[in-house]
Design a binder for this molecule. Structure first.
Ligand SMILES: [Zn+2]
Length: 192
């Protein structure tokens, strides 16, 4: 964010971290971010309060303002909904880790495994789907865990929103503006 490059930096490079009304990030992974246009719109609609700014100033006729780097919603969005059963949330529950060989992998290298195979009556549900690498998924095939001695490291369950938030904290984003640090408590990231 320094040096002569800053002046030519696209405005799209100024995302705002979005906090809930309790000043916790709405989501950790993916991190809740808005682009600057969305952020400015929300300010004009009085939906958010600006918490911190970038140094970058934007001018329009009659207006001059610094781009917000952190905003907080004025109205609290409850986080108690049951997490939807999605591909992403299954990976997040399992921390992007194959539940058989315990290898952590990027999403494109992961797949799902039916603990009880579909051909044996297994359902596609939180309780029967686990994250697996392709190798383990192939190896297990249509056998039951007991038949191939492959048991998931954790018994698959429906995760709580809190559990998903907690897991998401351990995945720092590629870009982390210094003004966000006070609001993000990564397990791995913070400097002393
Ligand atoms: Zn594996």
């Amino acid at each position: 964010m320094r040096g002569p490059g800053t002046t030519t930096m696209s405005l799209s490079a100024f995302p705002a971290l979005v906090l809930n009304a309790d000043y916790q990030p709405l989501s950790y992974f993916p991190l809740s971010l808005w682009n600057w246009q969305e952020t400015i719109k929300a300010i004009f609609l009085d939906r958010v309060a600006v918490v911190q700014h970038y140094d970058r100033v934007v001018r329009s006729p009659g207006h001059e303002f610094k781009l917000p780097s952190v905003v907080a919603l004025k109205e609290y969005i409850p986080q108690t909904r049951r997490p939807p059963f999605t591909r992403f949330n299954v990976f997040l529950r399992d921390r992007f880790t194959c539940q058989y060989c315990q290898t952590g992998l990027p999403a494109p290298e992961l797949t799902f495994d039916h603990v009880i195979p579909r051909s044996r009556g297994g359902k596609t549900s939180w309780q029967n789907i686990v994250t697996a690498c392709n190798r383990c998924n192939l190896r297990k095939g249509s056998r039951l865990p007991g038949e191939c001695k492959m048991h998931p490291m954790q018994t698959p369950r429906t995760p709580s929103p809190h559990q998903l938030q907690r897991n998401g904290r351990s995945f720092p984003p590629n870009y982390l503006h210094e003004s966000w640090r006070d609001y993000l408590y990564w397990d791995t990231e913070l400097e002393p």
